[in-house]
Design a protein around this ligand. Structure first.
Ligand SMILES: Cc1cc2nc3c(=O)[nH]c(=O)nc-3n(C[C@H](O)[C@H](O)[C@H](O)COP(=O)(O)OP(=O)(O)OC[C@H]3O[C@@H](n4cnc5c(N)ncnc54)[C@H](O)[C@@H]3O)c2cc1C
Length: 302
């Protein structure tokens, strides 16, 4: 098994650790700045190779790297934005089935989420396949036993394939930025008003470059889409910053939270679990605090 990890501007994309873990540390870095990304990945890799690819899109990249990985029964792709795009092209180029956003992968198949994430399904695959793996399913990394791996740079023959045409780049929208990949999240719970409050929370997220999340209570009452629900039956996240407005911190919510570097919690109840977890716990009304913060940021921008 080999893990392909897509690199952009010297940074391995989200999900690199999960792909590397499933492939027992055998990694091929692909993209721009693989030498820089090697520093990030090497301590956890048992075998590390890289291909510098800057030009072209997923079809060109898939054609270029297919010969390098075709001997592996299972080819895993990091499950970040770029890997999710590359995976199906690579599967098509190799003539193999593709399993998207698996939770666990072996040479015999994969475990995938089912029934909207409330259950898991084991897929058995007879033959070779390509899979992407969901970011955030593996916990803390363990450094490879043999010490940091040394990067071996590989050459590929230049190929050109018909690519999709980009129609433009849109402004980030806090209500649609993928939660699983977000490094900053502003989230609201039952203590944060209704649908209007979540529109304001999305604006706050846009100011802070953060994605918007919510608890199941909020998703159940229809104030946000279920894709915004964080937790065991929602999305597993792992941001650097998590700001919680009116969230109690029930275990089914916090189990999907990963290990944020910083948690800020605004709540009327100083003893609730989310306030206990926070490094900055603000005992105040969630809607009023959010509105005041938003006003300051909007004044600032104005
Ligand atoms: C099988 C199962 C799966 C589940 N999966 C998930 C899941 O994936 N994700 C998830 O989130 N939940 C999940 N839940 C639900 C979970 O148990 C909790 O009920 C839920 O997380 C609580 O959401 P909450 O914090 O928004 O609401 P509450 O627990 O009701 O907390 C509201 C908080 O707001 C505070 N508050 C109230 N008014 C204000 C105010 N004006 N200003 C500031 N603070 C205020 C309160 O002090 C309280 O702390 C699941 C439950 C089950 C049984």
């Amino acid at each position: 098994m080999i893990a392909i990890v897509v690199v952009r501007a010297g940074v391995a994309e989200d999900g690199w650790l999960d792909a590397l873990h499933e492939a027992d540390g055998n990694v091929l870095l692909v993209g721009g700045g693989v030498a820089d990304a090697a520093g990030q990945v090497a301590p956890y890799a048992s075998r590390l190779s890289g291909v510098a690819l800057r030009e072209g899109g997923p079809a060109t990249w898939a054609a270029a790297i297919a010969p390098l990985v075709e001997d592996h029964e299972v080819v895993l792709v990091s499950g970040g934005f770029d890997g999710r795009l590359l995976g199906p092209y690579l599967a098509h180029t190799l003539g193999r089935p593709f399993i998207a956003q698996a939770l666990e992968v072996t040479t015999a198949g994969a475990v995938v989420p089912a029934l909207g994430g409330t259950a898991q399904r084991q897929l058995h695959v007879a033959g070779n396949f390509v899979a992407s793996i969901q970011p955030g399913v593996v916990g803390s990394p363990a450094p490879a036993a043999g010490g940091p791996a040394v990067l071996e740079l590989l050459e590929v023959t230049a190929t050109e394939h018909r690519e999709l045409t980009s129609l433009g780049v849109t402004e980030a929208d806090a209500t649609t930025i993928d939660l699983a990949e977000a490094s900053r999240i502003v989230a609201g719970g039952a203590g944060l008003g209704g649908a209007d409050a979540f529109e304001a929370l999305a604006r706050l997220g846009a100011h802070l470059g953060a994605s918007m999340g919510a608890t199941r209570v909020v998703a159940d009452r229809g104030d946000v889409d279920f894709s915004r629900q964080i937790g065991t039956t929602g999305v597993a996240v792992d941001p650097a910053l998590y700001v919680a407005f009116g969230i109690s911190g029930a275990i089914q919510h916090t189990a999907g939270l990963g290990h944020p570097d910083h948690i800020i919690s605004v709540n009327l109840d100083p003893s609730c679990p989310m306030m206990q977890m926070a490094d900055l716990a603000i005992e105040a009304d969630a809607s009023a605090t959010m509105a005041a913060l938003l006003e300051l940021l909007e004044e600032d921008r104005g």
